[in-house]
Design a protein around this ligand. Structure first.
Ligand code: FES
Length: 119
């Protein structure tokens, strides 16, 4: 066993009915398991992207999964800019998707229509 593996007893996910939870995401109830992150609940519910505010307008959701990129931010119980990949879901959490417009950043060059992607 490598140092990165956890024994099953250390897994924070609690499968089964005892670990069941429900959160509201923009008013929609989503079921999850205690120990899952909010991103985990969203992904398990089939939501692969929940924001539409990248510079190029591409959908954003889970990118790094380790709390570095901030692509997954949501509002949780009124608290903005929570990284969904880092916050464990709690039964009854009220999650709102942040649909903010990007701020104007003067001095930056215009992006090409394809966001700079290579063809
Ligand atoms: S996915 Fe990168 S911070 Fe959450």
């Amino acid at each position: 066993m490598t140092a990165r593996r956890l024994p099953p007893s250390a897994d924070p996910i609690e499968p089964g009915e005892a670990g069941a939870l429900s959160i509201l995401v923009d008013g929609r109830p989503l079921d999850g398991l205690r120990g899952q992150t909010i991103a985990g609940v969203l992904l398990a519910s089939g939501e692969l992207a929940w924001r539409r505010t990248s510079v190029a307008g591409a959908p954003r959701g889970l990118f790094c999964g380790i709390g570095v990129c901030f692509d997954c931010i949501v509002t949780v119980n009124g608290e903005r800019d929570i990284r969904a990949c880092q916050r464990r879901a709690v039964d009854g959490d009220l999650v709102e998707i942040q649909h903010d417009e990007l701020p104007e950043l003067p001095g930056l060059p215009e992006l090409p229509a394809n966001g700079g992607a290579r063809s």
